[in-house]
Design a protein around this ligand. Structure first.
Ligand SMILES: C/C=C/C(=O)SCCNC(=O)CCNC(=O)[C@H](O)C(C)(C)COP(=O)(O)OP(=O)(O)OC[C@H]1O[C@@H](n2cnc3c(N)ncnc32)[C@H](O)[C@@H]1OP(=O)(O)O
Ligand SMILES: NC(=O)C1=CN([C@@H]2O[C@H](COP(=O)(O)OP(=O)(O)OC[C@H]3O[C@@H](n4cnc5c(N)ncnc54)[C@H](OP(=O)(O)O)[C@@H]3O)[C@@H](O)[C@H]2O)C=CC1
Length: 445
């Protein structure tokens, strides 16, 4: 592994050097274990502690198949899907690996008693499999997390519709929180040159998701002037949704839960901010009953901030706790676009406010290759910036996932894999200097 790292850090290394370099038989990786899936049985979601289920193991290097690449991972990031994996909710991810393993001889590799997790990476291609022409050893890359087989016609208009669509490092094995990762070559994209490894690894999953959900015609298709209500506006998804709204000439109404988070949104350029904690919204009277008066109070607050307008789009992901309010406050003919249900997946809303006001609910999930590419291109052009706040070592991944689970973090949390320290991998200092304040906006808050 040291030789690989030396080669990555040497400006003289050539593609041939990487191609000739022997690969290790094993590498260090963040895993959860199949024999521990019941370890949190009976506990409340909040009390399930990722620090107990997340391990750092030596694992065997997987065989490289056609259309695939092995990548030396310099840095990765923590996504909420790794929190779900680590608390075995809503179901154990080993079921996904077993199902994938039944597909073919090659996919059997994924069905193991350990799951190497992680759905982001920035690193360097080490090897490519047969049929890979667009990428070669030595290429500096980031990877998006869409894994598709594309053998069915269903996925050929929009790859997210492939029946064998999976999220890499969540529904497949050999993810990015590791020293080496196995990806399909059509997950690879150029690493933005003005960013360090850990900065480049931070946006991937959430940036692509927010792009499809908010900007793409497959999602809400946001346009100039739209009022966009963004839940968790300084969190993983929300910090990119806020930037897309601002960059696209829309008007984000940012919901956050503290002064500090409100300040972050202001620093991004947002003006309309609601602190849900300070204003004390309680959309549920008890476990089974919502309080429409609270929806109305929330809607009035939005109108105050917009000069009397309702929102064209709600960027939804908290789910059960907020969904009734989200449907209520949406403008006539507006769109609620949802990609998650962090607080519970059985949503309740008053359907009269949907049909009588001709609103639409759109389901959105990750992004197809083109959408992920467009989202990455905006990062590479310095139009959208990473929202990296804190960086952990691979050994500390459990703590990093704990922070995200307990909502103790801001923006994105990074993890150094092979990178020995922060700040390495920058190739375009001039462009970096131009954007340095925006790149550092979330750091160490
Ligand atoms: C990029 C990052 C993203 C995120 O962070 S997202 C957040 C994290 N992700 C999640 O929380 C999602 C986790 N996944 C799940 O909870 C489950 O994954 C799903 C609920 C999405 C699906 O459940 P399942 O049981 O895996 O799938 P089924 O489709 O219900 O398949 C079970 C059997 O039911 C059959 N079936 C499906 N649809 C129908 C139908 N309409 N009529 C009759 N049968 C149906 C199937 O074929 C299959 O059958 P057979 O077991 O024999 O293969
Ligand atoms: N389908 C897909 O493709 C994707 C789905 N996801 C899912 O989206 C969800 C969010 O992910 P991500 O943004 O990365 O997570 P983060 O934890 O980084 O951000 C979520 C933010 O939502 C806010 N929030 C949390 N709970 C509530 C609540 N009960 N009511 C209102 N606001 C709440 C918090 O902000 P504050 O406290 O400031 O209000 C928090 O910062 C997760 O469930 C994840 O699995 C994520 C990416 C892709």
């Amino acid at each position: 592994m040291k030789d690989i790292l030396d080669a990555i850090q040497s400006p003289d290394s050539t593609p041939a050097d990487f191609a000739a370099m022997p690969l290790p038989e094993s590498y260090r990786a963040i895993t959860v274990h199949k024999d521990e899936t019941e370890m949190f049985a009976g506990l409340e979601t909040r009390d399930k502690d990722p620090r107990k289920s997340i391990h750092l193991d030596d694992v065997a290097l997987p065989e490289l198949g056609p259309g695939e690449a092995l990548v030396a991972v310099m840095a990765s990031s923590v996504n909420y899907n790794s929190v779900w994996t680590s608390i075995f909710e809503p179901m154990s991810t080993f079921g996904f690996l077993e199902r994938y393993g039944r597909l073919s001889e090659l996919t059997k590799r994924h069905d193991l008693p350990y799951h190497i997790i992680g759905s982001d990476l920035a690193g360097v291609v080490l090897r490519t499999g047969p049929g890979v022409n667009s990428w070669k050893p030595g290429d500096e890359v980031v990877a998006h997390c869409l894994s598709v087989e594309l053998e069915s016609s269903d996925g050929h208009n929009d790859t997210m519709l492939d029946p064998e669509q999976r999220i890499w490092g969540f529904e497949t094995n050999f993810g990015g929180l590791a020293e080496i990762a196995l990806v399909k070559s059509n997950q690879l994209m150029p690493k933005p040159g003005h960013l360090s490894w850990e900065e480049a690894a931070a946006p991937g999953l959430v940036n692509s998701t927010a792009y499809r959900q908010l900007v793409s015609r497959n999602g809400a298709g946001m346009k100039q002037g739209d009022n966009v209500l963004i839940w968790g506006a300084s969190g993983g998804l929300g910090s990119y949704a806020t930037q897309f709204a601002l960059a696209g000439g829309a008007n984000p109404i940012c919901v956050v839960s503290s002064d500090q988070k409100a300040d972050i949104c202001r620093a991004m350029g947002a003006e309309a901010i609601i602190d849900r904690n300070a204003e004390g919204y309680k959309f549920w009277k008890d476990e089974n009953n919502q309080d429409p008066k609270e929806w109305k109070r929330f809607g009035k607050r939005i109108r105050e901030l917009t000069g009397g307008e309702d929102v064209d789009i709600v960027f939804e992901h908290p789910g059960r706790e907020t969904f009734g309010a989200s449907v209520y406050v949406t403008r006539k003919g507006g769109t609620i676009v949802t990609c998650a249900s962090t607080s519970g997946y059985n949503h309740e809303y008053d359907n009269r406010y949907l049909w009588m006001s001709l609103k639409r609910i759109i389901g959105s999930h990750f992004a197809n290759y083109r959408e992920a590419w467009e989202a990455n291109r905006l990062i590479a052009k310095g139009k959208i910036h990473p929202t990296l706040s804190k960086v952990y070592s691979l050994e500390e991944t459990g703590q990093a996932a704990y922070d995200v689970h307990r909502n103790l973090h801001q923006g994105k949390v990074g993890v150094l894999c092979l990178a020995p320290e922060e700040g390495l991998g920058v190739r375009d200092e001039e462009m970096r200097a131009k954007h340095i304040d925006a790149i550092n906006r979330f750091r160490n808050i």
